[in-house]
Design a binder for this molecule. Structure first.
Ligand SMILES: Cc1cc2nc3c(=O)[nH]c(=O)nc-3n(C[C@H](O)[C@H](O)[C@H](O)COP(=O)(O)OP(=O)(O)OC[C@H]3O[C@@H](n4cnc5c(N)ncnc54)[C@H](O)[C@@H]3O)c2cc1C
Length: 401
């Protein structure tokens, strides 16, 4: 059996290994259009490669994918982070989990993953052809023929692992023979707030905030980082990924509502203040911040609701107390635009999941064609989830079922 893998990235290599595991006598060739292999693996995770995430429950794991959740839940029951860890360990690469569950090679060097893959490809006799872009494919009686600059080649089976593209143009050749392409849109970006004075607090982190996009059900809790152009941090990035399509429709003009506290409602905050009051009543509000938010944020919020910071707590009027509680729990900001988060840039969009059978990763429209990796309309939030999707879909595709 002659098998072509299109794309020498994470998903392509993993699919090739899986083909050789399940069909040892298959002749497997990886075609890579550039002169570099695994280039994204090299730069991933700040050069450390966040290989996967120590979340070992498929139902929980799939919740980290704004697009692909339902389909991946099933796929993770076949190959999940536990299998990734075991796969690498078997080849002498040990992954360690950080407190936030992100998993890296214990060398903290993405080159370890690349070396492992190149060695494995060599051992398994997988042929690699660089500078070889596939420009089109055609289904025929004998399998699939692929077109290259130098001519066409015939294969029995093909795994398409060409990665994502920020532009529709990058996917156009895959529309044959009728695959639907979901328009690529940015996911994982930070919010620009050019009109908001909070930008003066750049560098400040509020650990346990909840951010909601007004007039929607979209909300996320976690650290929020104030930047010189607006807001970033895990809560914002997750919100951007889940809201990618909606926020695009709004031309990235919308309001967010921030709860800066881990306390979630008005009654609880009132109770909390009333409990603290006896010990702080004579202190100036500026000097007695009872909440777990940084003092610079506390001062910013007092100023925002025009409460005199030199006022002792006991002189705080009922009206001002309500204003304070409101700004702590429902602080509104005007978002105008986005900035792409460069560290882990993925685009939503790609081959529609409706066109793929997730038991096999086989195209529903072209029986000898399989898909793996970011070419599909799958994207995860930051944390090693995107590579895990590449390993899982690559592994299943490589079974060639
Ligand atoms: C800066 C950065 C950091 C990241 N860090 C992480 C991280 O730490 N953890 C994580 O989980 N995710 C991370 N990601 C996301 C992750 O890199 C991708 O999700 C993953 O690489 C997708 O793998 P893939 O094989 O599907 O696509 P790619 O890695 O993009 O590989 C596709 C390959 O196909 C080739 N190709 C394309 N078209 C053709 C063609 N027509 N013919 C032949 N070859 C073709 C391309 O040149 C490319 O080499 C990061 C992304 C970026 C950009």
């Amino acid at each position: 059996m002659k098998v072509a893998i299109i794309g020498g990235g994470a998903a392509g290599f993993f699919a090739a290994f899986s083909v050789k595991e399940h069909h040892p006598s298959a002749v497997v060739t990886i075609f890579e259009k550039s002169d570099k292999l695994l280039s994204k693996v090299k730069i991933s995770g700040g050069g450390r490669c966040n290989v996967t995430n120590a979340c070992f429950k498929p139902s929980l794991l799939s919740k980290f994918y704004p697009r692909g959740e339902k389909q991946l839940k099933k796929a993770f029951s076949v190959f999940q982070p536990k299998d990734t860890v075991a796969w690498f360990a078997k080849r002498g690469v040990f992954l360690k989990a950080e407190p936030d569950n992100r998993m890296f090679p214990d060398t903290n060097d993405s080159q370890t993953i690349i070396d492992c893959f190149l060695k494995e490809a060599h051992t398994k006799n997988i042929k690699i052809v660089k500078n070889s872009a596939v420009s089109s494919f055609a289904d025929n009686d004998k399998g699939i023929s692929l077109s290259f600059k130098a001519g066409t080649q015939q294969f029995d089976k093909v795994v398409l692992a060409t990665g994502g593209s920020p532009k529709m143009r990058g996917f156009e050749w895959l529309q044959n023979p009728g695959h639907t392409i979901v328009e690529p849109l940015p996911s994982l970006f930070t919010f620009n707030m050019p009109k908001e004075p909070i930008r003066a607090l750049m560098g400040l982190v509020v650990e346990n905030a909840t951010v909601r996009i007004q007039a929607t059900k979209l909300q996320y809790s976690g650290p929020v980082l104030i930047t010189h152009w607006g807001m970033s941090g895990p809560a914002i990035l997750k919100l951007s990924a889940w809201g990618a399509r909606l926020l695009f429709k709004k031309s990235y003009q919308f309001n967010i509502q921030v709860n800066w506290l881990s306390i979630k409602n008005e009654e609880e905050v009132t109770l909390f203040i009333d409990e603290k009051l006896p010990s702080i009543r004579k202190k100036k509000m500026a000097n007695a911040n009872p909440f777990e938010i940084p003092n610079r944020m506390w001062m910013h919020l007092l100023e925002k609701v025009q409460i005199n910071a030199d006022l002792p707590w006991y002189e705080l009027s009922k009206k001002n107390k309500n204003k304070l509680i409101n700004v702590l729990l429902n602080d509104v900001y005007d978002v105008c635009g986005k900035t792409t988060f460069k560290e882990e840039f993925v685009t939503s969009g790609g081959v529609s999941l409706e066109d793929v059978n997730f038991n096999t990763m086989q195209s529903k429209l072209c029986k000898n064609l399989y898909f793996a990796g970011e070419v599909l309309n799958i994207d995860g939030i930051t944390g090693g989830f995107n590579f895990q999707a590449a390993w899982t879909t690559g592994y299943i595709a490589g079974k060639l079922n």
